[in-house]
Write a protein that binds this ligand. Structure first.
Ligand SMILES: [Fe+2]
Length: 205
């Protein structure tokens, strides 16, 4: 069982008023996922828009890549059916992970109150069976005596909706060659509590 000892962002207390369900979603089709995966792998995009991050030595990272704007809007429209409050965009982000990358267990900052992680595709060597997936682990009720650990094994086009500021999540070491993934984030349309995160003007996560 994974353990989490970190601190939650102060906005986590607002989930009582704005609950975000933890659930799998299917907001885009396989064709859209494949096209997005190709965009992440496009050498011209990598050269012009890609960034390196010390925490993910094998990854190419994209902050607000313009080629994912339409998918961001579509995912936002898709998840509104699962929420009983309106949402405002903060930011989105994508990574093309490589061999050996991992995501340490953490919770997110305030801009990620409503979060979706969306899988675009994988490349694995021939040693792996077709349909191999890199699981994302989540820990519900992490502060209780009986935390519940769930692994999501997403295929291209699959995503999951989650309350990023309260549910610890992680990924163990990636053993494939490439994994294209995007992260989309919103906050409740409640300026009194969340206006500071609207548009995520100067932070990235
Ligand atoms: Fe996160």
């Amino acid at each position: 069982m994974m353990r989490f000892f970190g601190k939650l962002h102060p906005v986590a207390r607002h989930y009582a008023d704005y609950p975000v369900p933890l659930r799998t979603i299917r907001p885009i089709g396989a064709d859209q996922a494949a096209a997005a995966h190709d965009a992440l792998r496009d050498p011209a995009n990598i050269a012009q828009l890609g960034q390196k991050e010390a925490a993910y030595p094998s990854a190419v990272c994209y902050y607000r890549p313009p080629f994912l704007t339409d998918i961001f809007r579509a995912v936002g429209d898709h998840i509104r059916r699962f929420l009983d409050f309106d949402i405002v965009e903060t930011y989105y982000y994508a990574r093309l992970y490589g061999l050996g990358d991992q995501l340490k267990i953490h919770t997110d900052r305030g801009s990620c109150f409503v979060s979706v992680s969306l899988c675009f595709g994988y490349e694995y060597s021939d040693m792996f069976p077709a349909g191999s997936a890199w699981p994302i682990g989540v820990l519900e009720d992490h502060a209780s005596a009986a935390p519940r650990e769930t692994l999501f094994r997403m295929q291209p086009g699959d995503g999951f909706l989650y309350p990023g500021c309260s549910v610890p999540h992680w990924r163990d070491v990636f053993l494939g060659t490439r994994c294209g993934q995007a992260f989309f984030h919103w906050v409740p349309a409640d300026p009194a509590r969340f206006a500071e995160f609207y548009g995520d003007p100067n932070l990235k996560g």
